[in-house]
Unconditional design. Structure first.
Length: 147
């Protein structure tokens, strides 16, 4: 850098040129790869059973129940047909926290009662993912589902 002072016009041209400099494709590819590693320590619960004849994401006249399993833990999720309440039965008190998240990053924190049940009144519409903190450490995530 020199001791020469740039005129406002020259400075503006340099700033515009820097803003129009595209990010190299290789850097974008590496960045996207690194982004996927941010939650690599979370275990993923698999959807084992959906008790509805309609595909998940289609509201019907009956409540929808989904069963997720990871190791020996069974997570039952029931959503009222009107979407007014989502109930998560963790099958015990092994979890220390639970929250719902949306693709936009909105999070709703739930409270787990003494028997391992969490209720969410008026859960967000659209795709959601449950994130459950184990009392012994670690995180469990469900796949994205839409009710």
């Amino acid at each position: 850098m020199s001791d020469e002072h740039l005129s406002d016009e020259e400075l503006e041209l340099q700033i515009r040129a820097a803003l129009n400099d595209p990010v190299p494709d290789e850097l974008l590819r590496i960045s996207e790869g690194l982004f996927t590693w941010r939650t690599i320590d979370a275990e993923l619960a698999e959807l084992e059973f959906a008790d509805t004849e309609q595909p998940v994401g289609v509201r019907g006249e009956e409540d929808t129940t989904l069963t997720f399993v990871i190791d020996d833990q069974v997570i039952e999720v029931e959503v009222a047909s009107d979407g007014g309440e989502l109930v998560v039965d963790l099958g015990g008190t092994w979890a220390s926290g639970i929250r719902l998240t949306t693709p936009s990053g909105e999070e709703v924190v739930g409270v787990i009662d003494d028997v391992g049940v969490a209720r969410f009144d008026a859960p967000p519409s659209g795709p959601i993912q449950l994130i459950i903190e184990r009392g012994t450490g670690g995180t469990i995530k469900t796949r994205w589902v839409t009710f």
